[in-house]
Design a binder for this molecule. Structure first.
Ligand code: NAD
Length: 371
């Protein structure tokens, strides 16, 4: 098949060398090879906290591919999981914890990083406990129930002199990195508008934590909308000032505690508008950016793989990578080299401020300032 794309191997390498926009001061992401550091003994040990779908399906397998870190320990409230995981991943008993004895992880030199992969209401507690135990932390998205909690988590990690990062895997994904480059470097002129949506049709357990306000903080907006908010922010490299949002609910029984579908419009400096939507009842996953001299976008935009993109230069023919392996290896490299991570707690808090303002706007029916 003829490929008219002007994307080449060189443009792929250039994309990888591009550091995410608002974080442009951070060290460049040089190449695939630069991501790994020599010396097996230098690999950092990661303990996963919460052995649910994401830990089992993505993170543990990715940790079999990482070069700078490895799966050293687990924290689980379910003894049968402790058993099966220790067999499957060869984890010694001394590196297995439950939620009660978790703090004694402070005395375990095998564990350098704690990765919090729990329901959202537990992110703050386990991030702070991990930092106080002297461990660096990766916390899954969305960072916490609200921006106030994020601030507490950031402060606790600073106080303990530990690094905190958020599981924003797409900052390591070539197509999404290309969106940052095209938008922030104004390759096709200034960005004039953005349109993005993310969601899936929820068919899971009606009693799951994702549908409980106390555990999840919200519904599709917290879980899926955070990617669209991120996408708008990193395609532009600016922070939104105001938002106006509305909610739509068709299944009042299933989604009685949390939002089903939310629509919003973010106002960025210069009057640039970013339309966004999130849902637990629609299959969306796109990010489209209009600039003065052309349109570029991704669809699917936010998945673990299968990401496709187009710009006026043609189809983006970048490889699909193991995003989680890159994300974790990069954090381990940052710790080993004492460099800042491109996805720190502050980046998670910026999204939570937007989410807080979206919920305020839904409640007030007014345009709300993002503070
Ligand atoms: P999950 O329901 O599959 O797993 C949650 C885990 O938490 C389970 O092991 C469960 O036993 C444990 N848990 C502890 N206390 C609990 C309680 N009180 N109620 C319910 N479960 C409890 O969830 P998941 O899909 O693995 O999501 C976990 C986190 O990872 C969430 O923050 C989610 O947003 C995030 N996540 C991120 C991605 C990504 O692409 N970055 C993908 C999926 C999930």
């Amino acid at each position: 098949m003829k490929n008219n794309s002007r994307y080449t191997r060189r443009s792929f390498l250039r994309t990888l060398s591009y550091s995410a926009g608002t974080l442009a001061l951070m060290p460049a992401f040089k190449s695939l090879a630069a991501c790994s550091l020599p010396g097996k003994d230098k690999r950092l040990g990661i303990a996963l906290v919460g052995l649910g779908g994401y830990s089992g399906g993505q993170l543990a397998p990715a940790l079999q591919e990482t070069k700078n870190c490895y799966l050293a320990g687990i924290v689980t409230g379910t003894p049968s999981k402790a058993d099966s995981w220790s067999k499957k991943y060869n984890i010694p008993d001394k590196n297995i914890y439950n939620y009660d004895n978790f703090d004694s992880i402070a005395n375990n030199p095998d564990i350098d990083i704690v990765y919090v992969v729990l329901p959202i209401s537990m992110h703050k507690e386990f991030t702070i406990r991990a930092a106080q135990a002297g461990k660096h932390v990766i916390c899954e998205k969305p960072m916490a129930l609200n921006a106030g909690e994020c601030a507490e988590m950031i402060a606790a990690c600073k106080k303990a002199n530990r690094m905190l990062s958020i599981g924003y895997r797409l900052h390591f994904e070539p197509h999404n990195i290309e969106m940052m480059r095209l938008g922030q470097k104004e390759i096709y002129g200034k960005v004039t508008s953005i349109d993005t949506g993310n969601g899936f049709t929820y068919r899971g357990d009606p009693n799951a934590w994702r549908l409980k306000k106390a555990l999840a903080g919200g519904g599709g907006l917290m879980d899926m909308g955070v990617y669209s908010i991120q996408g708008s922010r990193y395609s532009l490299g600016k922070e939104p000032l105001f938002v106006k949002a509305t909610e739509e609910k068709t299944n009042h029984e299933l989604f009685r505690e949390v939002d089903e579908t939310v629509f919003w419009e973010l106002e960025f400096p210069g009057g640039i508008l970013a339309k966004g939507k999130s849902s637990y009842n629609n299959n969306w996953g796109y990010l489209k950016v209009k600039a003065e001299k052309g349109t570029f976008g991704l669809e699917p935009a936010f998945g673990y793989g299968g990401i496709r993109g187009n710009s006026p230069a043609g189809e983006m023919n970048f490889p699909q990578i193991n995003q989680q392996a890159f994300q974790m290896d990069d954090f381990a490299r940052c710790i080993l080299q004492k460099k800042p991570t491109r996805v720190p707690g502050e980046e998670g808090m910026r999204d939570m401020k937007v989410i807080d303002a979206i919920y305020r706007s839904i409640a007030s029916g007014k345009r709300e300032r993002i503070v």
